[in-house]
Design a protein around this ligand. Structure first.
Ligand code: ADP
Ligand code: MG
Length: 257
């Protein structure tokens, strides 16, 4: 066991929605942690609450219970400047890069925006940073002047990853980062995320329903079912010796293993 606290520690998270007046416990007591530099996969079928966990971790959904600690500090209780400082160290990548990139903005502006929002550098240093980010995600320098619609889905996901990297996060939460992409492109984007982790030591929380992807990227797996964690452990243990019937069913439905 490490003497350091985990980079991210979510404790008994609860998120409740009220569609049509009835109570839906979308996330019902979920605990998970991610160590610095580690990749954790959060898996589960559609509707099991994975995206809701991601948005709760990012502070987008209010918590009905539980708390989130980042680097040992309580993010849920943090306010003002402390909250902003903690938040910039965790960044979210979504499934559909088209919906999350403003079509009117140039790529340069998209990548610069988080730097401007956090008052990082001046115009010249931000422009340099845009160039570095494009190189880091494997896009040509002239991508800066173009707009999102001029790129393919895979390239758009590279832009979204570059934006998430702008503030040098210590944790990336990637919610189904490749499931909207052509199968032929998926491996490239997965490899880009793994390269970011290897070169920057960035921790990854990868959300996916694709258990084959889990085997390829993750150190540890957290399996969700109907808003709860049903199984968690090192990737080989969970995939080779699943204990929960739901995990077994999930593995059986994965043709690529
Ligand atoms: P997953 O990402 O695993 O597919 P979600 O977290 O998106 O699952 O959804 C979990 C449950 O919460 C589903 O039943 C979904 O319909 C419901 N849900 C998600 N977001 C909302 C919302 N904003 N309002 C109402 N219900 C929601
Ligand atoms: Mg989802």
């Amino acid at each position: 066991m490490s003497a350091h606290p985990p980079l991210l520690a979510a404790d008994e998270l609860r998120v409740t929605f009220r569609p049509g007046g009835r109570e839906l416990r979308a996330v019902d007591g979920v605990s998970l942690d991610v160590q610095a530099g580690e990749t954790v996969a959060l898996v589960g079928e559609s509707g099991s609450g994975k995206s809701t966990v991601a948005l709760a971790l990012m502070g987008v959904h209010p918590l009905a219970g539980g708390r989130v600690r980042f680097d040992g500090r309580d993010v849920t209780a943090a306010e003002g400047a402390e909250r902003k400082a903690l938040r910039r160290r965790m960044q979210l990548i979504l499934q559909d890069p088209y919906g999350s990139l403003d079509p009117r903005w140039s790529v340069a502006r998209i990548l610069e925006e988080p730097l401007v929002a956090h008052a990082v550098g001046d115009a010249a240093s931000r422009a340099r940073r845009v160039g570095e980010l494009l190189a880091q995600v494997g896009l040509p320098a002239d991508a800066a002047e173009r707009r999102p619609h001029q790129f393919s889905g895979g390239q758009r996901q590279r832009i979204a990853i570059a934006r998430a990297l702008a503030l040098e996060p210590r944790l990336l939460i990637a919610d189904e980062p490749v499931s909207a992409l052509d199968v032929s492109i998926q491996a490239q984007i997965v490899n880009l995320l793994l390269e970011v982790q290897r070169t920057r030591g960035t921790a990854l929380l990868v959300i996916t329903h694709d258990i084959a992807l889990v085997h390829h990227v993750a150190h540890r797996v957290v399996v969700m079912y109907l808003g709860r964690v049903v199984e968690t452990g090192p990737v080989d243990e969970v995939i080779l010796r699943p204990r929960h019937p739901y995990t077994i069913a999930l593995l059986k439905s994965a043709p690529r293993i």
